[in-house]
Design a protein around this ligand. Structure first.
Ligand code: NAD
Length: 398
C-alpha cells in the first residue's frame, strides 16, 4: 500500500508502519504427486500472512497456472484491509497454488488439495490460517480440507451439506449488489431500481451480483466474460442468462442481446460499471473511456493505480474492492463462528450479517472521504488502518 497517501489522514505510529509494510510470514512449499504412470504433478505453493494483529490470517486459495508469490502477497495484504474495514475478527492471508486446474482430473485435484493440507498442516491445525475458495477453487475443495482436518472451523466456504453456510456461495455477489445500491443512494441520490448497470465477469461474483441487482430492479444492460459479451440497452434477462451460462459455460451466443467485446463493456454508457472478473481490468490505457458514473469493484484489484488516478480526475466514484466484495469474508466469519459455537444460521441471517457489517463500514468510508476530500479507496484504507493500529496497541505490539 502507498502509505504516503494515507498518512495525512490517519495517525500511524512508525512501529505500526514498519509492521504493516511487509508480510508477517511467508511460506513456500513444493507440492508434488505421482499421477498415472511416471507423470509427476508439481505445483509451487505460497502461503502469506500479511497481518494477524486482528485475528487469524483469513484468505482464499488461488489455484491457477500463473499465480506467484508476489500475487499472493498482494492479495493477503488486501485481506488485511478488508477484514479490518468491516470489523471481522481476522487478519489478512492468502494461498496460491501454481497449477492449471483444468489440467487436473477430480482424483488428481483431490490428491493435490490433500497434499496442500499435509504441507501446511500445522498452520491449519493451530487455526493460525483459515482458508476459503478463491479463483480456481470451489466449495468441494474446502470439504476435502475439512475431511483432512476433522475440524469444521479450519476452513470456510464449505458446501452447506458439510458445515457450510447457506448463502455463502452467493455472499460476495450479494455484498457487491448491496454496495452498488448504497453508492447509488449516496452519490446519485436515488435507488438502483431502473438504473443501467454493466458487469464484467459472470462467474461466482458477477453472476450473483447480476441476480441480486436484477431482483432490486436494476437494468443489467451488458455482461462480458473473457472472450466476449452481450449487450441489450433494454436490460438482459438475467435468469435466462444464468441458465444459459450454467449450461454452456459462457455468455456469448446468448440470444437476448447483441455481441460486444470486453473493451466495449468497459466503455459502455451506464450508471454503474462493475468489474467482477480479474485484476487490472481498468488500466491507464482504457480508464479514460469509462462512461459510468460509479464503479463498484467486485473483483480484487480490478483498477491499476494509473486507472485510479484517471477515474478520480474524471470524478467517477470508485467503491473499492475491500468494501465492495467484503460480503464473502463476512459470510466466512459467520461460518467460522458457527463452526466454533455449534450454532446454525439461515440464508436470511447470512445476508443480514453482511448488511450489518457493510453498512457502518460504508458510512465511515464515505464520511472520511467527504471530510478530507479524498477518494473512497484512500478513505477505506485509512479507516482500516486506524482499526489495525488500535489492535496493535491493544496487543502491545507497538
Ligand atoms: P470465477 O472464476 O467464478 O469467475 C471469473 C469470471 O471472470 C468468469 O466469468 C470468467 O469468464 C471471467 N473472466 C476471466 N478472465 C477474464 C478476462 N480476461 N476478461 C473478462 N472476463 C474474464 O471467479 P470469482 O470467484 O467470480 O472471482 C472474480 C473476482 O472476484 C476475483 O478477482 C476474485 O479474487 C474476487 N473475489 C471473489 C470472491 C468470491 O467469494 N468468489 C470474494 C472476493 C473477491
Amino acid at each position: 500500500m502507498d502509505f504516503e497517501k494515507i498518512l495525512p489522514h490517519v495517525e500511524i505510529p512508525p512501529n505500526a508502519l514498519r509492521l504493516l509494510s511487509k508480510p508477517e510470514r511467508e511460506l513456500r512449499v513444493n507440492l508434488s504427486l505421482l499421477a498415472d504412470g511416471e507423470q509427476m504433478i508439481e505445483a509451487p505453493c505460497y502461503v502469506v500472512y500479511h497481518s494477524t494483529c486482528r485475528g487469524p490470517a483469513k484468505g482464499g486459495i488461488r489455484l491457477s497456472a500463473g499465480v506467484t508469490m508476489e500475487d499472493t502477497r498482494a492479495l493477503a495484504e488486501l485481506m488485511t484491509w478488508k477484514t479490518a474495514l468491516v470489523g471481522a475478527p481476522f487478519g489478512g492471508g492468502k494461498s496460491g497454488i501454481c497449477c492449471d486446474p483444468r489440467s487436473l482430473g477430480q482424483f488428481q485435484r483431490t490428491a493435490l488439495i490433500k497434499e496442500y493440507v499435509h504441507a501446511i498442516r500445522s498452520e491449519l491445525d493451530s487455526g493460525a490460517y483459515v482458508p476459503a475458495p478463491d479463483l480456481g477453487t470451489r466449495p468441494r475443495d474446502m470439504a476435502v480440507i475439512y475431511g483432512e482436518t476433522h475440524r469444521l472451523e479450519t476452513v470456510t466456504g464449505k458446501p452447506p451439506s458439510v458445515g457450510g453456510l447457506p448463502g455463502r456461495n452467493e455472499a460476495t455477489g450479494y455484498g457487491v449488489a448491496f454496495a452498488a445500491g448504497a453508492a447509488c443512494r449516496e452519490f446519485l441520490g436515488r435507488d438502483i431500481a431502473g438504473l443501467k448497470v454493466a458487469v464484467q465477469g459472470f462467474g461466482n461474483v458477477g453472476s450473483w451480483t447480476c441476480k441480486f441487482l436484477a431482483d432490486a430492479g436494476a437494468q443489467i444492460i451488458a455482461v462480458a466474460t473473457k472472450r466476449a459479451g452481450v449487450h441489450n440497452d433494454a436490460g438482459l434477462d438475467i435468469s435466462a442468462m444464468r441458465k444459459y451460462a450454467g449450461d454452456s459455460g459462457q455468455v456469448e451466443g446468448f440470444k437476448g442481446g447483441d455481441e460486444i467485446s470486453n473493451a466495449d463493456l468497459l466503455a459502455m454508457k451506464c450508471d454503474v460499471l462493475i468489474p467482477a472478473a480479474i485484476e487490472c481490468a481498468l488500466t491507464g490505457a482504457n480508464a479514460e473511456k469509462v462512461r459510468a458514473k460509479i464503479v463498484i469493484e467486485g473483483a480484487n484489484g480490478p483498477a491499476t493505480p494509473e486507472a485510479d488516478v484517471i477515474l478520480d480526475r474524471m470524478e467517477i466514484r470508485v467503491v473499492p474492492d475491500i468494501l465492495a466484495n467484503s460480503g464473502g469474508v463476512i459470510a466466512s466469519y459467520v461460518e467460522w463462528r458457527n463452526a466454533k459455537s455449534g450454532s446454525l444460521t439461515s440464508e436470511t441471517e447470512t445476508y443480514e450479517a453482511i448488511r450489518e457489517r457493510m453498512t457502518p463500514a460504508f458510512a465511515r468510508m464515505t464520511q472520511l472521504a467527504a471530510e478530507r476530500r479524498i477518494s473512497l479507496r484512500l478513505a477505506a484504507r485509512a479507516v482500516a488502518c486506524s482499526e489495525l493500529v488500535q489492535a496493535m496497541r491493544d496487543r502491545a505490539w507497538i
